[in-house]
Design a protein around this ligand. Structure first.
Ligand code: NCD
Ligand code: ZN
Ligand code: ZN
Length: 432
């Protein structure tokens, strides 16, 4: 059994530094001056030790767009970003709406071995929004799909959404909704507001998101199903979620926010650089502030990256033809540190909650998002909270280079990631 000794680390950024001994896949001990004869010693330098991050919303583009990302390159970005599990969205080509595709993605993830890759199954056949996909078959396949989403598209038909919530409930599944009422977003290019008006871009109004979120909360309550709201982007959505959760109603409703919606606003659109184009769109300062507050108080449960790599030809073009989406896996920790920790809204225990514990709970995972304690699985991220670095898209592991944070100085760097006791990333390099 191989062993790794993490010396001089501060679990959750709290207390005096300790050593953490990992034997095999498990945390074997935490204390002072633990066994120095471990196979590998990682010097923690007094840094913050967190449970490995879990991303409920990643686009790995395989199959179909392996020029933008693959399971391998996306897993590399994830491990370097501190992640030990990612959920790969179903909007691939072909769509992951059946067990053959989801098993392929799952197997590729295992082969690469850097991070647990959990395929998300589509809710409807071909993301067409009309006919439920074979959710049960995907659930009972080797990939054991539990999270279902038509992300990229909204399950807009309320009856289909109702059926999806009912059906997934029967086997402990979850519907992750891309909340966008399509009748309100035809041709939309940017947040509907002053900036879009000035720039001449067709608007995506906040109620296009909020009306679906309100509807889906009601449906989740009525059916007892589990709803997860993807990439919450408006203050109004946060208010609806806060109201809904305060009712203590039946059903389970959870929500995620992306790092880019926590930090960026539609002020950036003036350059017409499509790197800023994303769905849902970057909103206003007031929205971003409300999202940070909602994440801090638990109204929004977790951070998910919506890591959406695109090939150069799909981004380096005119705004209206460019594809929406942004890289996120390797910058998430830095953005969360900047927007939530440095601002005093969350401490590191709170970061563990929003990047690891809550997403793992929402997805019903047993081996991820666990406490840093003896006997627990060694899924860990070691974070140098003070290290500043400059984002260079070309140096990130993803094939697509569409990071909106290009050139930005970010505080906080992931020094090492461990997946079930195996060091998957250390000092900016992955180990397979
Ligand atoms: N977020 C995006 O702008 N794009 C995502 C789809 C999605 O998350 O809706 C994509 O697949 O590129
Ligand atoms: Zn989406
Ligand atoms: Zn997405």
């Amino acid at each position: 059994m191989s062993s790794v000794l993490l010396t001089n680390v501060r679990p959750y950024g709290e207390g005096e530094p300790v050593d953490v001994l990992v034997e095999g896949e498990t945390i074997a001990g935490i204390g002072a001056n633990l066994s120095a004869d471990a196979d590998e010693i990682v010097d923690g330098g007094g840094q913050v030790l967190l449970p490995g991050f879990v991303d409920l919303h990643t686009h790995l583009r395989e199959p179909g767009r392996e020029d933008a990302e693959t399971v391998e390159t996306g897993s590399t970005a994830a491990a370097l970003g501190g992640y030990t599990a990612v959920f790969a969205m179903a909007n691939t080509d072909p769509v992951a709406d059946n067990a053959v595709i989801t098993e392929h993605v799952w197997r590729r993830g295992r082969e690469v071995g850097l991070v647990d890759v959990h395929p998300v199954g589509a809710v409807t056949v071909g993301l067409g929004g009309e006919k439920l996909a074979e959710l049960g078959t995907m659930r009972h396949s080797a990939a054991e799909v539990r999270v279902f989403s038509d992300d990229g598209k909204c399950v807009h038909d309320p009856l289909i959404m109702r059926r999806a919530l009912e059906y997934t409930r029967s086997f402990g599944g979850l519907v992750a909704q891309h909340a966008e009422e399509p009748r309100l977003t035809g041709g939309a290019q940017a947040h509907e507001g002053d900036n879009a008006a000035r720039l001449g871009l067709a608007g995506w109004p906040a109620p296009a998101e909020e009306s679906i979120v309100a509807r889906d909360c009601l449906l989740a309550g009525h059916t007892g199903g589990a709803l997860h709201v993807c990439h919450v982007s408006t203050q109004g959505t946060a208010e609806i979620l806060r109201w809904w959760k305060s009712r203590g109603a039946a059903g389970r409703v959870s929500a995620e926010v992306t790092p880019h919606h926590l930090l960026l606003t539609d002020e950036r659109l003036g350059t017409y650089d499509p790197v800023n184009k994303v769905n849902p769109p970057l909103r206003t300062d007031a929205d971003a502030e409300a999202l940070r507050a909602a994440l801090a108080d638990g109204t929004v449960d977790c951070v998910a990256t919506d890591h959406a790599p695109h090939a150069a030809q799909d981004k380096d073009c005119e705004w209206s033809t460019a594809k929406p989406g942004m890289l996120g896996l390797q910058t998430a920790l830095g953005i969360v540190n900047r927007t939530m920790v440095r601002s005093g809204l969350l401490d590191w225990r709170g970061v563990a909650r929003v990047l690891s514990e809550r997403p793992a709970e929402i997805a019903g995972m047993t081996g991820q998002g666990r406490p840093i304690a003896e006997g627990e699985p060694a899924n860990l991220a070691l974070v140098d909270a003070d290290a500043e670095w400059t984002v260079r898209s070309a140096e990130l592991a993803s094939l697509g280079q569409n990071s909106p944070f290009e050139g930005m100085r970010l505080p906080g760097r992931v020094v090492a990631t461990l997946l079930r006791g195996k060091v998957t990333a250390h000092e900016g390099k992955v180990r397979r």
